[in-house]
Ligand binder design. Structure first.
Ligand SMILES: *Cc1c(COP(=O)(O)O)cnc(C)c1O
Length: 370
């Protein structure tokens, strides 16, 4: 890659990653049977204050397991934001269930929780919360709805390692909560994910689904249901453990990146910046998003930045506008104006953990000259 190019994300691997990886190779333990996997699961669940962690191959895999472990299937409805990565919605649809979409709040970019209750029906089984870009979803009203209507809560905290809602860590609220360790997340394992649960039987169900649904008290190779091979390797867990040791630094760096951009960009017009705080949280800036006044300005700004050696990424595309889901007969004629506007006008600029102050300044200068 061009040395002057500033990518949207670069991970930070400056702790014990190399040491633990060498240990894997020296001992020959590289598969999912290796001891770093259990250690990483234990340390991560201890950090979250959840009882059990199940390490998996990706955040998307964790969501497949979460939906299936809760026995959500045909004719069940699951409430989920339309503005999200595809993973939560594809897990719901692949389980045969029906995603019921919610529009976004234009300031926090999260799902507008005041719209949820009207969408609850006798078929509703769960609310699948997705925390978007840096601020958590307003959880209190959701917890109340789950209690009132006896719904499961699945929490997609893939972008929220270390973020809190009213002082409690995100990823500790769900009956099942999930994380991703893709390299643009606050800690990474290259590829990987984690499932967090409190209930021991549910944890065992997740472990079984991760491992081809091998039965526990039954002759090996006889199966009563279908699972996946979503196991995490010892190599990934070794990196994850080293990353977890540095999580506090990573969180502080993310907040420093976000507040540094806020400071330099505060007088900019034509773009809405990320909300710095809400009554329940301080932004953790998983990505640093900008919302242009129009789609045209967004496209022009991205082209200008790219031409000047700065990587950008457009915002998520709404689930109700996905060609694949339209083809499958979902979401016909549904309209969610706030989410549609975010998808069209939003993009994010470099904010990976590896970014330097000079790089941030350069991005700001180019943006200002635009
Ligand atoms: C990254 C992400 C995922 C998917 O994680 P992978 O590990 O890439 O499969 C799921 N949900 C959200 C909100 C994400 O940001």
């Amino acid at each position: 890659m061009n040395k002057c190019f500033i990518p949207v994300n670069e991970p930070l691997l400056n702790g014990n990653e190399k040491k633990y990886l060498i240990e894997c190779i020296d001992t020959g333990w590289i598969s999912s049977e290796g001891y770093f996997v259990k250690k990483f699961e234990d340390k991560f669940s201890e950090y979250l204050g959840c009882n059990e962690g199940i390490a998996v191959a990706s955040g998307s895999g964790a969501l497949d397991i979460a939906v299936k472990a809760l026995k959500i299937g045909p004719n069940d409805e699951v409430i989920v934001p339309t503005f999200t990565i595809i993973s939560p919605v594809q897990s719901i649809i692949r389980a045969g269930a029906i995603p019921i979409l919610i529009d976004s709040d234009p300031i926090t970019w999260n799902m507008n929780v005041t719209l949820i209750e009207a969408k609850i029906t006798p078929k509703t089984k769960a609310i699948l919360v997705v925390h978007i870009y840096g601020l958590p979803v307003d959880m209190e009203p959701i917890l109340e709805l789950c209690k009132k209507y006896n719904l499961y809560l699945i929490e997609d905290a893939a972008e929220m390692h270390g973020q809190t809602y009213n002082g409690r860590l995100c990823g500790s609220f769900g009956d099942i909560s999930i994380f991703s360790f893709y390299p643009n997340k606050h800690i990474t394992t290259g590829e990987g994910g984690m499932i967090m649960v409190y209930d021991h039987d549910l944890a065992n169900r997740c472990r079984k689904l991760r491992n081809l649904a091998f039965e526990i008290n039954c002759r090996r190779f006889i199966h009563k249901e279908l699972g996946w091979n979503y196991r995490m390797t010892n190599l990934q867990a070794a990196i994850g453990l080293a990353q977890l040791e540095n999580i506090q630094n990573h969180i502080e760096k993310k907040r420093w990146i976000g507040t540094t951009y806020n400071k330099y960009l505060k007088d900019i017009t034509k773009f809405q910046l990320p909300q710095q705080r809400t009554p329940y949280a301080e932004n953790i800036y998983w990505v640093y998003g900008l919302m242009a006044e129009t789609e045209e300005i967004s496209e022009k700004a991205q082209k200008f930045l790219n031409k000047n050696g700065i990587g950008t990424r457009p915002f998520f595309w709404c689930m109700h506008e996905q060609p694949i889901f339209k083809d499958m007969g979902f979401f016909r004629n549904e309209v969610y104006p706030n989410a549609e506007k975010m998808a069209r006008n939003g993009f994010y600029i470099p904010s990976g953990l590896g970014i330097t102050k000079d790089q941030i300044k350069h991005v700001v200068d180019v943006l200002k000259s635009f």
